[in-house]
Each structure stands twice: as C-alpha cells, then as structure tokens.
Design a protein. Sequence first.
Length: 66
Amino acid sequence: MSGTDKRKQSLYFPEEMLKEIQEEANRQDRSLSWVVQQAWKIARERIKSFPAVNDVAGAPDPREDR
C-alpha cells in the first residue's frame, strides 16, 4: 500500500481504551493514527484467524471476547 494514500476515517473506541492509546502515543511521541496502525500490523493475522460471524452457527462471537 502506498505510503501517501491517506484517507480520513472515524473510529470509535471505548473511553478507557482510547485513554490507553493516547497515553501510549504520548509516551512514544507518536500520533494516535500511528499507534493504531502498528497495533493492526501486529494483530492482523490473529484477527484474520477468527471465524466470520456466519461460519459457525451458535459459536461465540470473537468480537465479544473481552
């Protein structure tokens, strides 16, 4: 993906999660966007391994895992 292809998108986070992301961004002197992008790069293979909602009937939704 091109490093210059930037698109504005609104994302909504629970208040406590957003606070943690902001604290980490401040600690690293980075933007919120940078922190979220790095988190996605690290977590994407694990997230891709989750079954789709319709893949397994009656199975718990991995998005609900807390």
